[in-house]
Design a protein around this ligand. Structure first.
Ligand code: 5GP
Length: 138
């Protein structure tokens, strides 16, 4: 399967669709998931186009996972989390719904469950506040 430049994250990268940004550098963007499975759910994406993990350049992956680490630390601190999950889905059978490589960062509290994947759209004011909390913790 090939990369479709009309996917929603490519549109976010081009600024055609708004997002609540948490972190950005030359290679990577981190922004709030619009349907968060927990409060503080962030997506980290490389700017270089790849559909999933397997078609990504390893050098791109190395830079992206470094940002995943940074964002996981900040989101955990901002939400006083007990731990966190990193999730990454590939192809529809693997649960992927947006076909631009991304890592989910999910700050977790003891005994807490996840809301449904691609579930309910969050209030934009709440996402903006959560993004600010994470930026402050970077
Ligand atoms: P996947 O199933 O591909 O791993 O996850 C895609 C994620 O993107 C889902 O968690 C979904 O909530 C999120 N998402 C889908 N559309 C948008 C959007 O337009 N903006 C943002 N910020 N997140 C989105």
């Amino acid at each position: 399967m090939s990369y479709d430049p009309q996917n929603i994250f490519a549109k976010i990268l081009r600024g055609e669709i708004p997002s609540h940004k948490v972190y950005e550098d030359a290679d990577t963007l981190a922004f709030m998931d619009v349907m968060p499975q927990v409060d503080g759910h962030v997506l980290v994406i490389p700017k270089a186009p790849s559909r999933g993990l397997l078609d990504a350049d390893p050098a791109v992956l190395a830079r992206a996972i470094t940002v995943v680490q940074k964002v996981a630390a900040a989101a955990s601190k901002a939400f006083a989390a007990d731990g966190f999950q990193i999730r990454q889905y590939n192809e529809p059978a693997g649960g992927q719904t947006v076909f631009h490589l991304h890592f989910h960062v999910l700050p977790m509290h003891a005994g807490q469950g996840l809301r449904p994947h691609s579930g309910k759209m969050a209030d934009h004011a709440v996402l903006a506040r959560h993004a600010e909390m994470i930026r402050q913790a970077l």
